[in-house]
Design a protein around this ligand. Structure first.
Ligand code: SAH
Length: 366
């Protein structure tokens, strides 16, 4: 399919040669005029994918209770930043703030900061949070003002650009997006061995021929870690992902189906699974403690998903009860199409604030 962006990307490749995957992904998702997130609200049944806060209010509510408990462990500071990275429609934050009303001092102390690049989604967030909170928006984590911070990030890191390297005859070669003889976009390998890749693979087992190594753009994770180390606080990071290793997880989603990531630049969502061991390493290198990754199902159970679902079902009509049960299963179940095992939870925390709620000391990554 020809899109406005595919013309532009073809012209760039024709002029400069094949481009790294991270450049392609950054253009497809973030191009100011034609980028996927810049031009649409991709969430929900009529969009391309559905996220946990859009499945049920219970998700955001339980994360709100987690934030309250973490704030209390920090000594209930009278002012702190409640930050969300990539807040989508603002649903998670609205549900979290509603649940946190149980503890009015938390709401009074929280200053809401949303890190969001999409003008369409900023507008949706403003609508959702109108009346609930005063909100400041930022393009980048670096722009969040100083002060202790609690940070929530659901399905944010999977949207960050990645690079891929393929192991061929004893060397890593960078995967690039180029043009075939007919001018169509194709994936190929840089013939020269990559100079960057060996450092990214240093902690892994020796690769087999054809192994694929992925490396996520690390700027946001570094900025987040620097903020927490300097200002105090913790980040709760939830995404689908793995604990490191080799494998190709680059994918496109269009109308809830997997699609060819090169077929419709700017018109399909592009993601990669999050490497939680890389996030933990970045956090620890900055002087933070890292906990998890814990499976989302176990995490939500510890926060009280069961009792919360029972409470919502009490006195509700039959169809609402069935809906609550289905949502709880989708969020926490381990079956096909359910998120409980596929999604993982990692906490990065300042070393002085103790164990994060819902984690025990054996779950620290060292
Ligand atoms: N957290 C929401 C939305 C997930 S979709 C939910 O769970 O429903 C990814 C979100 O991250 C969107 O809001 C998107 O606009 C935002 N985003 C993607 N790349 C970003 C970047 N580089 N900087 C800031 N926000 C980004």
């Amino acid at each position: 399919m020809t899109t406005p962006l595919s013309e532009e990307i073809r012209a760039l490749i024709a002029a400069d040669g094949p481009m790294p995957l991270s450049r392609y992904m950054a253009l497809c998702l973030g191009h100011p005029r034609h980028g996927y997130y810049m031009t649409r609200d991709p969430l929900g049944a009529r969009g391309d994918f559905t996220t946990a806060p859009e499945i049920s209010q219970m998700f955001g509510e339980l994360l709100g209770l987690w934030a309250v408990a973490q704030w209390q462990q920090m000594g209930s500071p009278a002012a702190f930043r409640l930050v969300e990275l990539g807040p989508g429609r603002g649903t998670l934050m609205a549900d979290a703030l509603r649940a946190a009303r149980l503890m009015p001092d938390f709401g009074a102390a929280a200053r809401i900061h949303l890190v969001e690049t999409s003008p369409v989604l900023r507008a949706a967030q403003a609508r959702t949070l109108a009346g609930a909170a005063d909100v400041a928006w930022h393009d980048r984590i670096e722009d969040v003002p100083d002060g202790p911070a609690l940070v929530l990030a659901n399905e944010f890191f999977d949207a960050l650009p990645i690079d891929q390297y393929v192991w061929r005859s004893g060397h890593w070669h960078e995967r690039r997006v180029g043009l075939d003889d007919e001018g169509h976009l194709v994936l190929g390998l840089d013939p020269a061995p990559s100079r960057a890749a060996p450092a990214f693979a240093a902690h892994l087992l020796p690769p087999a021929e054809g192994a694929v190594l992925e490396h996520m753009e690390s700027g946001p994770a570094r900025a987040l870690s620097a903020l927490l180390k300097a200002q105090g606080g913790a980040a709760l990071i939830i995404d689908y992902g793995h604990a490191g290793g080799y494998g190709d997880t680059f994918q496109a989603l269009e109308q809830h189906r997997f699609a060819d990531p090169l077929a419709a630049p700017g018109a399909a969502d592009l993601t990669a699974h999050v490497d939680f061991s890389a996030l933990a390493r970045i956090g620890r290198a900055a002087g933070l403690r890292a906990f998890g990754p814990l499976e989302q199902g176990a995490f939500l159970a510890r926060l009280g998903l069961g009792p919360r679902a029972e409470r919502l079902k009490r006195d509700a009509p039959q169809e609402i009860r069935a809906g609550v049960e289905a949502a709880a299963r989708r969020l926490a179940g381990g079956g096909a199409g359910e998120m409980g095992r596929l999604f993982k939870v990692l906490v990065l925390a300042h070393p002085e604030i103790g164990l994060p709620p819902a984690f025990d000391s054996t779950e620290e990554r060292v």
